[in-house]
Design a protein around this ligand. Structure first.
Ligand code: OFO
Length: 177
């Protein structure tokens, strides 16, 4: 099976998008680490690894369909964030953008009558549903904790617990949390 140039180009853009997400979350992890928020940093490092895996999956797919995956130049993500609460809001919004981008890819695959790519992209649809649900849980917990004096301590503890639960779910074969 050979992929159309249009589809190849769009998947290469997605490679860049996933790569940027990986760097963005890594940069966020570094900032959290610097603020002493180790639970948040570990959560974001795992998310960063996941995004890298999403990027690599497209490399492999393009190679399977006789396409050419381009290694993107990734623009530097922000280094500083206002608050940890706003940082996680940004993660959620970024995930929503990724979902929109996957939806566009599926629309293109439909137009191109490319059933192979449509099937390949189904994995990303499920992944995005899980990621958005996870990030909504994170935002709900942060909201419930509120902004009392010890809120950063409790947010960090909560993120550590969410991260451990995600690792356990992955180990049990439950996919991305
Ligand atoms: Fe790959 O964008 Fe999130 O999961």
């Amino acid at each position: 099976m050979m992929i159309s140039k249009k589809m190849e180009e769009a998947l290469n853009q997605q490679i860049e998008f996933e790569g940027y997400a990986s760097f963005l979350y890594l940069s966020m992890a570094t900032w959290c680490d610097n603020q002493g928020l180790n639970g948040c940093a570990d959560f974001l490092k795992r998310q960063s690894e996941e995004e890298r895996m999403h990027m690599l999956k497209i490399f492999e797919y393009l190679s399977d369909v006789d396409g050419f995956a381009l290694t993107p130049g990734i623009k530097e993500p922000p280094r500083k964030f206002d608050t940890v609460q706003l940082l996680f809001k940004e993660v959620y919004e970024h995930e929503q953008k990724v979902t929109q981008s996957i939806n566009k890819l599926i629309t293109l695959a439909n137009k191109e009558d490319d059933h192979g790519t449509q099937t390949f992209l189904q994995w990303y649809i499920n992944e995005q549903r899980e990621e958005e649900a996870l990030m909504r849980t994170v935002l709900d917990r942060i909201r419930l904790i509120g902004d009392g004096t010890q809120s950063l301590y409790f947010i960090d503890k909560e993120m550590e617990a969410i991260n451990q639960a995600a690792i356990a779910a992955e180990a049990a074969g439950g996919g991305a949390a």
